[in-house]
Structure formats: C-alpha cells, structure tokens
Write a protein that binds this ligand. Structure first.
Ligand code: PMP
Length: 438
C-alpha cells in the first residue's frame, strides 16, 4: 500500500497506462553513460538515449558543472525587453552549426513549443509580407509534432488527435511514406515512395498556393516507429514548396544534434528547410529546452515589417533560460570535442548490420534503420494491438534493457557514445526477449 508521502496515484504520468504501471511500477533513480540504475541498484542498458535526447550519454559532469555555475551567476532573467549574455552566445553557437542560412534562433522550452512557434512564425511570415491569405498548414499522416494544439493538428497519429475536439482548421495531411509491401527490411532510406511527395502538388492544386503557408514533416518520422524518407522524397517536397512560396519546416526534434551522423537531418539529406524545430539533444536533456531556427529571408521579412513595434508577438517566460543556455553550450562543447556526430556516422554501419540480424527472430515483420535510429516492427497479437509491444518492453526492462515501444514497434536510438559491444548486447537482448514472449 503506498504511503501518503509516496503515493503513486498522486502523479498522473504522461503517455503511460497509469493503472497498469501503478500495479507494477518500474523506476530508475540514477544514470551514467549508457546505463540507468533502478532504486535496487540493478543496471539497465539504455537503448533509447532517454527518449531520443541524451545524445552524449547520461550524467555528463561538464554539463552539470555548467548548470551549477550558471545557477550561482544568474539564475533567471526574462528575455522580454532584456537579455543575458548566454542566450546570445548559445544562439550564435547554434547558428554556426546549423546548415545554410538558418541564421536566427528563437528559444522555447520543449519540442511541442518549438512546433507551435514554427507554425506561428510561418503564418505571420506570410502576413507581414502582405500575403495574409496564405494560412493553410500541411502535415503528414503518422507525423508526430508534439502534443499542443497546432502540433496535433498537423500531426497524424490518430490517438494524439481523437479525444481533443476539432483542432486547427485549414490543415491537410500528406500521405505517410510507410510501405511494407515494397520496402520491408530496407537498410537506410527505402527505395520506393518518393512519388508520395507529389500529393503536395495535388493539395496545392485543390486549395491554390495563395492559401497555403507551410508544410511540416519530420525528415525521419520518429514516434511513428522510425520511418526514413524514401530516396528523393524530401527533395521533391523542397521543389514543390519552392514553386509555390510555401515554407518547408523540418521538425528535427529527434534528428537534430547528430542522430543521423550529421549535425542535422537537413545536412544528411542535403535538403535545406526554411524553418527547423529543435529540442531534446540541444541540452543533452539536462535542462528542458527547445529552439526554432529560421532562414535569413524569413527573419528579414519580420525585420522589414513596419506594422507592429514588436516584430513577433510571441514568447515564453523561460525562452532562453540561463540554465538551459549554459547546459546547451556545455553540450555543444561535448559534441564538438568528442566528435560525437562523426562517431555516430562511423558506428552506423555496425548498427545497421547488427539490427538486421534480427530478421529471423520471432514476430519480426520489418526492420528499419538510419543513422543511430532503428525500429524492429512486430506482428500484433490478433485483436490486441500494442499488447506484444508492452510485453516485450516489460520483458526487456526486467532483463536489463530499456527500449521505447510505440504500438508493436520497438524503437531504438542509443546515445551517440554507444560502443559496438553495447550494440551487440542490445541486439542479443532483443533476440532473447523475442524468443521469450508469446
Ligand atoms: N516533434 C518531434 C519530432 C518529436 O519527436 C517530439 C517528441 N518526441 C516533439 C516534437 C515534442 O517534443 P516535447 O515532448 O519536448 O514537447
């Protein structure tokens, strides 16, 4: 029986089957490097970098020291009409590693807030240029863009949408790119499916470009279960957006900061978005933070706009929070000094090869990988979607491996510090786990 001081029911947990969890709680209370530790001291190998976010591994002393020093120096300052040096320094450092002319950064506190901010910037951008009819937004089936209203409106995961009313109006969805019949067990980008980007042209024809503001996609869909874009797909989206003065937004909350072995997915795929949303790896998850980076022409439109004293009437109490900026600066130092993005690129072939050895394991219907992302898709138990996913999650955690499951898909994204031996352990544990579950 939980005591009042430690009442499990007091905490309504996010994205968790609460009743099930509280009947059988699983906790971690410490972490270092690739490992979590349970309160009993049992080791759990972290195959998900927390939640696609602890890219430099857990418990980085450089980051905690920077946070502690910043707390002493300046705990908080508003960024409304007032600044502090670390925010400018961090924005400049980000701009230096962002591709192309993504030269301006707006700070938020999460991926969801980054998405809302990006969508609002897109709408306001057209308006300040006198193109106020360009208001429609285009998302994608199976897209995950956080949980706020804009994000779930352009997102395409039914459960994220179905309980929450009418959502934003004026939104269309591109078809998702998943194609098991043609692309099963692809390595890296699947060969088939670029033509699904042509749907954007159809949507433009339907509504007219004069009514469309922006299209937002995850370059690699993450939460839907790791869906790399078909070869040529993102290039097609870029070309169609260019033709019709539509802003292309990449949601790089997962793919940013080295997940694919390049600084950003835009680098990896050689496609330049107009706006990029960031979070997670931006501070190695030590302090919540997000950011939106925009290209020069987007920013300039606001600076040229004369109709308001404040160019963008938007922001958060904690935009550019000093502790987050300090954590972010220390995180970028680690990425640079330890060459972690290059390291991810170097180990990705081993990751791919090891993951695909699971092809013959029980229940496996597809395996996907790109950079240091991977997914092992399982056949659902007939009539009980998600049950097999829950079973393998629990089995693996109890065996000392943390994965993320989304439905019946095991999603994997180890920290960029992962060693070959740890990859082999992850794959071996999954193989064993799959042989044990029904
Ligand atoms: N966009 C993408 C692509 C994400 O993967 C996530 C989180 N998994 C978000 C947005 C939302 O981020 P947060 O949970 O920090 O709000």
């Amino acid at each position: 029986m939980p005591t009042q001081a430690n009442n499990l029911d007091a905490y309504w947990m996010p994205f968790t089957p609460n009743r099930r969890f509280k009947a059988e709680p699983r906790l971690v209370s410490r972490a270092k490097g690739m490992l979590y530790y349970t309160p009993e001291g049992r080791e759990v190998l972290d195959a998900t970098a927390g939640l696609w976010c602890v890219n430099a591994g857990h418990g980085r002393a450089e980051i905690t020291r920077a946070i502690a020093a910043q707390t002493e120096e300046l705990d908080y300052a508003t960024n409304f009409n007032l600044g502090h040096p670390k925010a400018f320094e961090f924005a400049s450092r980000l701009v230096n590693i962002l591709p192309g002319d993504l030269n301006h950064v707006f700070f938020t506190n999460s991926g969801s807030e980054s998405v809302e901010t990006a969508l609002k910037i897109a709408l306001a951008y057209h308006r300040v240029r006198g193109k106020g009819t360009k208001t429609r937004l285009i998302g994608r089936e199976r897209g995950y863009h956080g949980v706020n209203f804009g994000g779930i409106s352009v997102g395409g995961i039914p459960k994220n949408r179905q309980y929450f009313g009418g959502l934003l109006t004026g939104v269309d969805h591109l078809p998702h790119t998943f194609d098991l019949a043609r692309n099963a067990f692809s390595r890296g980008q699947p060969a088939h499916g670029a033509e699904r980007a042509d749907e954007l042209e159809r949507i433009v024809a339907l509504h007219d470009a004069s009514n469309i503001a922006a299209a937002i996609v995850e370059p690699v869909a993450g939460s839907a279960g790791v869906l790399p874009p078909p070869v040529g797909y993102l290039q097609k989206l870029r070309a169609i957006c260019d033709r019709h003065d539509i802003l292309l937004i990449f949601d790089e909350v997962i793919t940013g900061f080295g997940r694919l072995g390049a600084p950003f997915a835009a680098d990896h795929f050689g496609v330049q978005p107009d706006i990029v949303t960031l979070a997670k790896g931006i501070t190695n998850a030590a302090v919540p933070m997000g950011a939106v980076a925009v290209r020069s022409h987007v920013h300039q439109a606001f600076m040229d706009g004369a109709d308001a004293a404040i160019e963008l009437f938007h922001g958060y109490t904690y935009s550019g929070h000093p502790l987050a900026c300090a954590a972010g600066l220390a995180t970028l130092d680690i990425y640079r000094d330890e060459k972690l993005f290059e390291r991810a690129a170097a180990i990705a072939p081993h990751w791919e090869q090891a993951l695909h050895t699971l092809r013959e394991a029980p229940h496996v219907v597809d395996i996907r990988n790109i950079g240091l992302m991977g997914a092992v898709e399982l056949a659902p138990i007939p009539g009980k979607p998600g049950e097999r996913g829950q079973a393998i999650f629990h089995r693996l955690f109890d065996d000392g491996l943390l994965v993320r499951v989304t439905g019946d898909i095991i999603a994997l994204s180890p920290s960029l510090i992962v060693a070959e031996g740890e990859i082999d352990r992850i794959v071996a544990a999954i193989r064993e786990g799959l042989s044990q579950i029904a």
